[in-house]
Write a protein that binds this ligand. Structure first.
Ligand code: NAD
Length: 357
């Protein structure tokens, strides 16, 4: 197949980890006879330095014309003094909005060799492999009315509105069922249907959409119980389907079960072009030293193959190469443990490349 991939390295460690992921994608292209066309563009602080804005029009146009976008990270101390509207991080909101990315997918997986990096006990987290799917453009963060208003008798009133339409729930539920079909075929829908009408509708629509996916098992859980079960028995979860706020909170909780931010990829998908990026930021404290862990970004490239290009076999090859490399004892500094071999960003990328079968 032919695919156009927009490559936005951004700032800080983004500029070190993205070349490693591109290196792996090129090798996959060669091995499996695909033509991946990579085009780089500026975003974040680097774009501010060059053209004065964090998300140049050219970058956005490139993203829109591509089949997928691979993003590093943006931000850094150099741009912290700028007005909020001109900060590098604005580019993230801008590109997500412009691409209409309404679903955020965050896997939380514990690799056998990294079990001890978690703060939880080995027997609780061993073997967990969860995909949290968060609705990204609706719910309480966007609902109206919102605001703070004065009260006649003194004091103020703060208001936000949790609101979902049938269509918004339907499209995110489809993402969850389709993702589950690529995995262990279980969707747990998270809601608070015992008290919230918006959750009542959420549950009703999820049940309706489920009719089209009889091969997937659907269950429902209240969000408070979900938060508890994630630390009590996380292995019970496959795909967790969440609204914007519940997903915001639970995806961080799930991510931290694994213990290492340098290992966690993410995907944001919408109507057309998807965006794939590590969950971590530009890590200015370690940038430019060849010590950043490139695995989150390489795994994000794997998600891109699977979710944007439907190349599941190729995505699995990347996953196997990561596991093999960890099994061989290669570690970047953030995941080192006694008896392992600490390597740099480039060397980790090279090792994963060698292990692509
Ligand atoms: P961060 O994720 O950049 O770093 C947090 C900690 O994790 C740091 O100690 C860092 O060294 C470490 N870390 C991060 N990625 C790593 C990797 N690949 N390998 C090894 N260690 C890694 O978060 P922060 O320090 O709060 O933010 C730094 C900058 O990044 C800020 O400007 C922030 O706004 C921006 N940021 C950007 C994104 C994004 O681009 N999506 C996300 C979060 C933060």
């Amino acid at each position: 197949m032919k695919a156009k991939i927009a490559v936005l390295a951004g700032d800080g460690v983004g500029r070190e980890i993205i070349p490693e992921a591109v290196k792996i994608l090129k090798a996959i292209g060669d091995k499996y006879h695909h033509t991946f066309e990579f085009t780089s563009a500026d975003i974040g602080g680097h774009a501010i330095d060059k053209v004065g804005v964090p998300l140049p029009n050219d970058t956005l146009a490139l993203a829109k014309q591509s089949d997928a976008v691979l993003l590093g990270a943006v931000g850094g101390p150099k741009w912290e003094g700028l007005d909020y509207s001109m900060r590098p991080e604005r580019a993230l909101l801008g590109i997500r909005e412009a691409l209409g990315l309404y679903a955020n997918l965050r896997p939380a997986k514990v690799y056998a060799n990294l079990v001890d990096a978690s703060t939880l006990k080995r027997e609780v987290i061993e073997g967990i492999d969860i995909l949290v799917i968060r609705e990204l453009t609706g719910g309480i963060y966007f609902g109206r009315p919102k605001g703070i208003e004065p009260l006649p008798g003194g004091g103020e009133r703060g208001v936000n509105t949790e609101v979902y339409t049938t269509e918004e729930v339907r499209r995110i539920a489809k993402v969850a069922f389709e993702a589950a079909q690529k995995r262990r075929k279980k969707v747990m829908s998270v809601d608070k249907a015992n008290v919230l009408e918006s959750s009542e509708l959420w549950r009703k629509v999820v049940i309706e959409v489920h009719q089209d996916y009889p091969d997937v098992e659907l269950s429902h859980i209240y969000v408070d119980n979900a938060a508890m079960q994630l630390v009590r028995n996380p292995r019970q979860f496959d795909v967790m389907l969440c609204n914007n706020m519940f997903g915001d909170i639970l995806s961080d909780e799930a991510a931290m079960l694994t213990g290492s931010i340098g290992m966690l990829p993410s995907a944001s998908v919408g109507a057309k072009v998807g965006l794939f990026e590590p969950i971590h930021g530009s890590a200015p404290d370690i940038a430019g030293k060849n010590i950043a862990n490139p695995i989150a970004t390489i795994a994000s490239a794997g998600m891109m193959l699977s979710y944007a290009l439907q190349l599941d076999k190729e995505a699995e090859a990347i996953e196997r190469a990561i596991v093999k490399t960890l099994d061989m004892g290669y570690r970047t500094k953030d995941i080192q443990s006694p008896g392992t071999q600490v390597v740099g960003t480039v060397e980790m990328g090279d090792a994963i490349l060698r292990n692509l079968d």
